[in-house]
Structures are given as structure tokens and as C-alpha cells.
Design a protein around this ligand. Structure first.
Ligand SMILES: CC(=O)N[C@H]1[C@@H](OP(=O)(O)OP(=O)(O)OC[C@H]2O[C@@H](n3ccc(=O)[nH]c3=O)[C@H](O)[C@@H]2O)O[C@H](CO)[C@@H](O)[C@@H]1O
Ligand SMILES: C=C(OP(=O)(O)O)C(=O)O
Length: 419
């Protein structure tokens, strides 16, 4: 099994090119199932989750062309002849549940394995199911599968009691082919929702309000082929900015979307970093200083993203002062804490809040990745730890970061992967 070895102590400097967003490309690939002709997606990151989604769509009967070097995936949904998303694929990638809405809307039937929980929380799908029922779907959950049927879906009113990115995406996709108008209240406002809506619009969907908490969808009879470029990954961008800040360095992320990173940039400035954004470039400059501890509260967008929580905890571990990290989205997203403590961090957990007292230095040790962003936080900590940090179980990392060790090496980090 691959491991990553980081030798700490280098102040990072240079430019890093940001890839397309994992959390945008996955729903967009699922959305191609709604069309009746090929859809081409550009700026596709080379990630394990993308390959899993391609396998899932291929298993449904879609034609898949993947030019990895060009970052292009072409999906021909016209040959889809199955409605089954099997357990073996869904259990490795929760986003597989996003085929539910498209299959139902376009083919009138879907059978999707329940994704189950994962390291960060129980992650139920009740909101997805309720929202699709509001559009006329008949859904039963049995033998570990969500089994859904519908004639043509009809427009309806959906009001979420909790903001859910995935449930908003599922019902948004389903509503595009429904008969009549759907309103989605308390919708998630993440930039990835806006990107999904842009792709659907390119396919002929009629959507208003994506990016606000009320989305209105006027159903159409068919969606056609299209070409769409995936938005830049704001979480990858944020991770590299923290890498710059934690090492006291100067890092510029290119091909980025600084406008999607307001809360993260505010937190970096609170940590004492100079952050400048211009066009698709964003630069963090720490001028060799040690970061100041910051307090973080995770919230739905435009609040501070839970997917950046672990990385900022790593920053607080070596900051001046004491910071608190309040995780409000997932009930169990502190799996990185014990591993950071193995590196010498001083962290105390009380329920969903962690108090992190900054220490002068961390010391390298063998640690284990437990989920995607936890893995990223261990790399960040390793960049400033004395000596070598070896990170095991990095398959989590490959789900969501494209060539992270190559990109960090390009900034001067001493990091390598071993098999
Ligand atoms: C592929 C993808 O885009 N993943 C992102 C997506 O996950 P995902 O779409 O799974 O996250 P949600 O926004 O749905 O989850 C938010 C909260 O709602 C709860 N909930 C969700 C659905 C449901 O039916 N019932 C329910 O109770 C969840 O357990 C969680 O506590 O948004 C999360 C929150 O920004 C991010 O951390 C993930 O990186
Ligand atoms: C939690 C994440 O992803 P997923 O929803 O795919 O598990 C993430 O991207 O940090």
C-alpha cells in the first residue's frame, strides 16, 4: 500500500496550478445521464473518485471516453440500459447516490445502494428521498437499496429542514425534466451547485437562483448534449494556501476561483497572512512569520467549509496562541486529532469543539490517514514537523487530490510517495 513521506522544515515558495473541483465534477458526471446525446466535460481532475464515477456510469450502460491527459470526459448517456448503482461502487464513494435523481427523471426507475456512514459521520440520505418524493417519486428502502419509481416527475415544492449539498443536487437534477415548476427552499449555496446548474443550463435546463437559498426549476421535455468546464477546486486551493501559511512561505494558486474562498481567505488573514487575489490567482504570503491561532466555526457556504476544518486545525497546532475549532456539519469529523497529537499537537476535544493550543514545534512520526481532508491535515503538519512523517492509508488522499505530492514538490517540499 502506498505511503507518503514528508520531511519537515522547508518554507514553501512558488506557484501551483489548481485542478477542477472533485465536488463539482462528480455531480456533473451524474447529470450527464439526463441528456439524450453526448456531454463533454473539461477541466476534469485525475482522481480516484472520477474513475469510480466513470465505472458507475459505464455499468449503467453509458458510453465513456476519458482522455486523462487532456482532462476531458465524454459521456454518451443514450445507451443507458440499467438503473442499478451497486453496493461495491457506492460504498467506496458516497457521491454515487447522485445518480438517483437523474435515473429517476430520465428513465423512471433507479435502484441505488444506500451509501452508509463513513469516518466523518453517519451521513443519512433521508433528505434526498423526501425531496424526490415531493416530485412524485415512489421510494422504498429495502435490503440496503433505495428503490425509486416514477412516471414523469411533476414539479413540486421542496423545503429542506437542513441544508444539504447532495440532496439539493439530486432534486435540482431531477426537477430539470419534471412536468412543471419546482421550487427548492433552504437550498445549499455552494459554488459546486452553481457549477452543476451551469452545466445543466448548457444542456437546456431552465434554472433560476442557483447560488441562493431558493432555486426555481422550470421542467423541460428533454436535455441535449453540451460541453462544460468544471470550476476550480476551492478546497484544493485552500489546502495549498494553508501549506504556504503554515510553513511561513509564499504560495500562489493559479487557475483558481478566489471569489469562492472568502471565508477561507478571511481565516488566513486572521492568522496573520497577507492574501492577495487577482483574476484567477490568489497568493498567500506569511513573510516567514509564525501563524496566529484562529477560531473556526464550520457552516454551509458561504460560511467556513467543513472540508477545510482539518487543514486549519493543523495550522492552529503550530500557531501562536490557542484556537477553537467548532465542527457544526458532521458529528465525527475529528478523526485527525489523535494522529496530530502523535506529532506532538496539544488538542482537547469537548463534543463538537476542539481547543488547540499552539506548540513551538511538532515532531515527525508515523501516522495514519482516516479520511480525505484528515490526510491533507497530516501532510500539512508533516511539512512543519521536525524530521520525517510517514502517512499510511493515503488512498483517501487519492480520492480528492490530484498529484498532491508532485504539486507540493513543485513548491519546494521534501515529500515522496513509496509503494
Ligand atoms: C461529493 C460532495 O460534494 N461532498 C461534499 C458534500 O457532501 P454531502 O452532500 O454528503 O453533505 P451534505 O451537505 O448533504 O451534509 C450536510 C449535513 O446534512 C446531513 N444530511 C444530509 C443529507 C441527508 O439526507 N440527511 C442529512 O441529515 C449530513 O449528515 C450532514 O450532517 O457536502 C459536504 C458539506 O459541505 C462536504 O463536506 C462534502 O465534501
Ligand atoms: C467529505 C468529502 O467528500 P465526500 O462527500 O465525497 O466523502 C470531502 O471532499 O472532504
Amino acid at each position: 500500500m502506498d505511503k507518503i513521506i514528508v520531511e519537515g522544515g522547508v518554507r514553501l515558495a512558488g506557484e501551483v496550478r489548481i485542478s477542477g473541483a472533485k465536488n463539482a465534477v462528480l455531480p456533473i458526471l451524474c447529470a450527464t445521464l439526463l441528456a439524450d446525446a453526448p456531454v463533454e466535460i473539461g477541466n476534469v481532475p485525475h482522481l480516484h473518485d472520477v474513475r469510480t464515477t466513470a465505472r458507475l456510469l459505464g455499468g449503467l450502460g453509458a458510453g465513456i471516453g476519458h482522455d486523462i491527459a487532456a482532462g476531458v470526459v465524454r459521456v454518451d448517456p443514450s445507451t443507458v440500459d440499467s438503473h442499478l448503482a451497486p453496493y461495491e461502487l457506492v460504498r467506496t464513494m458516497r457521491a454515487s447516490v447522485l445518480v438517483l435523481g437523474p435515473l429517476l427523471a430520465r428513465h423512471g426507475a433507479a435502484e441505488v445502494s444506500l451509501p452508509g456512514g463513513c469516518a466523518i459521520g453517519s451521513r443519512p440520505v433521508d433528505l434526498h428521498i423526501k425531496a424526490l418524493e415531493a416530485l412524485g417519486a415512489e421510494i422504498v428502502v429495502e435490503h440496503g437499496f433505495i428503490k425509486a419509481r416514477a412516471g414523469r416527475l411533476r414539479g413540486g415544492q421542496v423545503a429542506f429542514e437542513t441544508v444539504s449539498v447532495g440532496a439539493t443536487e439530486n432534486v435540482l437534477m431531477a426537477a430539470t425534466l419534471a412536468d412543471g415548476t419546482t421550487t427548492i427552499d433552504n437550498a445549499a449555496r455552494e459554488p459546486e451547485i452553481v457549477d452543476l446548474a451551469a452545466c445543466l443550463a448548457a444542456m437546456g435546463a431552465r434554472i433560476e437562483g442557483a447560488g441562493t437559498s431558493r432555486i426555481t426549476v422550470h421542467g423541460v421535455d428533454r436535455l441535449h448534449g453540451a460541453r462544460h468546464e468544471v470550476i476550480a477546486d476551492r478546497i484544493e486551493t485552500g489546502t495549498f494556501l494553508v501549506a504556504g501559511a503554515i510553513t511561513g512561505g509564499r504560495v500562489t494558486a493559479t487557475h483558481a476561483r478566489p471569489d469562492t474562498l472568502v471565508a477561507v481567505i478571511d481565516a488566513l488573514r486572521a492568522a496573520g497572512a497577507e492574501v492577495t487575489a487577482e483574476g484567477d490567482r490568489v497568493t498567500v504570503d506569511m513573510h516567514g512569520r509564525r501563524p496566529r491561532a484562529v477560531d473556526i466555526v464550520t457552516e454551509p457556504h458561504p460560511g467556513f467549509p467543513t472540508d477545510m476544518q482539518a487543514q486549519f486545525m493543523a495550522l492552529d497546532c503550530v500557531a501562536e496562541g490557542t484556537g477553537t475549532i467548532d465542527e457544526r456539519i458532521f458529528e465525527n469529523r475529528f478523526m485527525h486529532v489523535n494522529e496530530l497529537m502523535r506529532l506532538g499537537a496539544d488538542i482537547h476535544i469537548d463534543g463538537h469543539r476542539a481547543t488547540v493550543r499552539g506548540v513551538e514545534r511538532l515532531s515527525g512520526a508515523p501516522v495514519m490517514a482516516t479520511d480525505l481532508r484528515a490526510s491533507a491535515s497530516l501532510i500539512l503538519a508533516g511539512l512543519v514537523a521536525e524530521g520525517e512523517t510517514t502517512i499510511d492509508r493515503i488512498y483517501h488522499l487519492d480520492r480528492g487530490y490530484e498529484h498532491i505530492e508532485r504539486k507540493l514538490s513543485g513548491l519546494g517540499a521534501r515529500i515522496r510517495r513509496i509503494s
